[in-house]
Design a protein around this ligand. Sequence first.
Ligand code: NAP
Length: 191
Amino acid sequence: MSYAHTEVAQIAAISSNRCIGKDNELPWHISADLQHFKAMTTKQNDGDADSIQGIVIMGRKTFESMGSKPLPKRVSFIISTQLDYAEQKNLTDRDDAYVVHNLDDALTQAASLAHGAHLDTIWVIGGEKVFKDAMMYTDRIELTHVDTEISDGDAFFPELPSDFIAAETSDTQHDEKSGLDFQFVSYRRQD
Ligand SMILES: NC(=O)c1ccc[n+]([C@@H]2O[C@H](COP(=O)([O-])OP(=O)(O)OC[C@H]3O[C@@H](n4cnc5c(N)ncnc54)[C@H](OP(=O)(O)O)[C@@H]3O)[C@@H](O)[C@H]2O)c1
């Protein structure tokens, strides 16, 4: 697994029926999970606050679901078939967001950047097709299991291949505002 010797990790919050999204939004708002996502995908490089702290790959709809803004302190690779998407979103002059047109280009460019920035991991952050297509390169999956069933969702997380095992499981946590219970589970491929 991995891609050009760089670890590929996926991160998502999923319901009991594997839903991740509804009407291009998250089906819930859990502040502790958003903080978990930020902490996982942002790594402070020693002594240099200006350096890249994370690399994420996402589909066009996920980018738009986050307000069409690149994530702070990280470099975003956004996948779209639309050749003029970078122009549409005024991303052409930025050095923290790149539009690519297939997953291979995203992974190749992200791995090259990771080497230069001394980052060990590339984060795949959704949505459904990107998670599914990137699975064959993926070493680690960080899932937040949200204890709810979403009946009218429209984006789902794929089934994990059978060689992934739960390596670490947090205690169950409770979000006061939404009333939802959730748990962080780290899955890794068995050797
Ligand atoms: N719960 C979570 O952890 C989580 C994480 C991420 C997203 N989400 C949710 O998931 C939903 C969005 O996900 P989604 O599955 O609907 O969409 P998505 O995967 O984010 O975006 C799909 C789009 O990405 C582009 N794309 C994806 N793979 C491609 C490829 N191999 N080659 C070229 N283009 C490719 C296409 O863009 P074009 O149409 O422009 O060609 C495609 O229409 C939202 O509801 C969001 O809130 C949830």
